[in-house]
Design a protein around this ligand. Structure first.
Ligand code: BES
Ligand code: MN
Ligand code: ZN
Length: 502
């Protein structure tokens, strides 16, 4: 798929040649000057006149009219070098690949050196490029009788780099592509409707992933879940015709099973709200309520490929949240695996219930650090909108490592506070240790506070992706629908993770 070559070959046949263009007065130099010569200086003229734009994310396609063996040249506007962030570079590549895909081209060559700055080199640019290619060209084909899959796919990329080691560039391309692919796997899981992705289906998917990457796989069946006393998880499943699954994947990259990172993902395959039923508008889209599970599985795919020197246990509680005569109800009191009792005030606050037992179970598997990811609350959308994941923590140094990874991945997150006052609201019940829904005020925060009760003393970060797991509009790095948010952040976080004094 990626062929790395050294010198920009102006005699090689290409469907397209891609060049990054910074907004600066200097003329083309080096190999690009030679290219311009073939056009008798016309490229310089077109840049001057603005017909080829150096404005950020502007894509200009120039037909070569036989002046060079590349049939067309794609210029990618990068704006002012000093103002270009790495995120914007990745987005510019995304926009490029969407246009290349739109023009049905199967092959393109990229002169990667033209995308470097003082802040990042050709290897970083190569990573951004291959990641963006995978992300931006992703499609969910759906289930139409007539497939909308294009006959032609971009499958062949030549990367020219005169300044950087070919093998290093190749490796960076592979890493970027791996990150993109893991994200796309998560997107497909989230886009799949609830009738076609039950807890059993999700467990099969995870088991297959585990077999592929040699993870230890444990799928707890209902009887075992009962034996372990996961009363919170079981309560949510009570109304369902589908059996619940507690999915566990273990990846051991260290000699010893220590410094274990627990990744916990909410795996509600469909959320009706239960007896606290959702509105007919609010229920649509609730197939995406396993976005946290998908993020964890996507990250595990990347971890399986990259094999970092880390220990990871992924835990996914999966069920749908349905209504029937057997379903759990408001006022029910349930006992979680931790022993903590919970008064159910709202059956639609089910995510925190399944996560409570999953966190406890992750600790049973030796997790020393916990990160949970969940499409947890509409409240986080009210607080932060749909482009920013809400984060909460009981341990700042761990959050800083997650935040660092998110910044590098270009996935925005913002921390919400967990003050004692809101913890008190969760602990307020006449009949039980906790209640699962203390009211709408700051409800993203109280949901986080509830989950935090089960992290107890273990360093923990909670990521609420209710707003960010899907996008109603297409964007530079993907189509509308599932975004695969947090896959890349989690994978990068794991890769870079440094154990802390706790
Ligand atoms: N799965 C929903 C949260 C959600 C909302 C995800 C919108 C994606 C988009 C969650 O289980 C839920 O229903 N949360 C309730 C909590 C409330 C009952 C305290 C909510 O946010 O309204
Ligand atoms: Mn709900
Ligand atoms: Zn839910």
């Amino acid at each position: 798929m990626f062929h790395v070559k050294r010198e920009l070959d102006l005699t090689a046949e290409h469907e397209g040649l891609v060049i990054g263009l910074f907004d600066k007065p200097e003329k083309f130099s080096g190999s690009l000057a030679k290219l311009d010569e073939r056009f008798e200086g016309q490229l310089t003229e077109l840049v001057k006149s603005g017909d080829i734009s150096a404005k950020l994310k502007r894509i200009s396609k120039v037909h070569s009219l036989g002046k060079t063996t590349a049939k067309r040249i794609w210029f990618v506007g990068l704006g002012k070098e000093k103002e270009l962030s790495f995120d914007k570079l990745r987005e510019a590549f995304g926009k490029l690949f969407k246009e290349v895909k739109g023009s049905k081209q199967e092959e393109v060559a990229v002169f990667v050196d033209s995308f470097t700055t003082d802040e990042w080199d050709g290897l970083d640019a190569a990573h951004a490029l291959s990641e963006a290619m995978a992300l931006a060209t992703y499609e969910f084909n759906g289930y139409r009788q007539k497939s909308n899959e294009p006959e032609k796919k971009l499958t062949n990329l030549t990367i020219y780099s005169e300044l950087f080691d070919q093998e290093d560039v190749q490796a960076a391309l592979t890493v970027g592509y791996t990150f993109g692919k893991g994200t796309n796997s998560a997107r497909t899981l989230v886009n799949t409707p609830g009738n076609l992705l039950t807890a059993t289906d999700l467990a099969h998917y995870a088991a297959e992933l585990g077999a592929r990457y040699d993870f230890e796989v444990e799928i707890l069946e209902k009887a075992e879940i009962e034996k372990l006393g996961m009363g919170a998880f079981l309560a949510v499943n009570k109304g369902s015709a589908e059996p619940p699954k507690m999915i566990v994947l273990k990846y051991q990259g260290k000699q010893e099973w220590k410094d274990v990172i627990g990744l916990v993902g909410k795996g509600i395959t469909f959320d009706t709200g239960g007896y606290s039923i959702k509105t007919k508008a609010g229920i649509v889209g609730m197939k995406t309520d396993m976005g946290g599970a998908a993020a964890v599985l996507g990250a595990m795919e990347i971890i399986g490929e990259m094999r970092p020197e880390q220990n990871v246990v992924a835990v996914i509680p999966s069920t749908d949240n349905m209504i029937s005569a057997g379903a759990f109800k408001p006022d029910d009191v349930i006992t979680s695996m931790s022993g903590k009792t919970i008064e159910v005030l709202n059956t639609d606050a089910e995510g925190r219930l399944v996560l409570a037992d999953a966190l406890t179970y992750a600790k049973h598997h030796g997790a020393n650090y916990l990160v949970d990811v969940a499409t947890l609350t509409g409240g986080v959308i009210t607080a932060l909108g749909v482009h920013t994941t809400g984060a909460m923590t009981n341990y700042e140094p761990l959050y800083e490592q997650v935040l660092e990874a998110s910044m590098e991945s270009g996935e925005q997150m913002w921390q919400l506070p967990l003050f004692e006052s809101e913890k008190e609201r969760v602990r307020n019940s006449q009949v039980a240790d906790l209640n699962n829904s203390p009211g709408r005020e700051g409800h993203a925060i109280v949901a986080g506070a509830f989950i935090g009760e089960f992290a107890e003393g273990t360093p923990w970060v909670h990521l609420d992706i209710a707003g960010t797991a899907t996008s109603s509009k297409a964007y530079d790095l993907g189509p509308s629908g599932a975004t695969g948010v947090m896959v890349r952040t989690l994978a990068l976080f794991v890769e870079r993770f440094e154990p802390m004094e706790t």
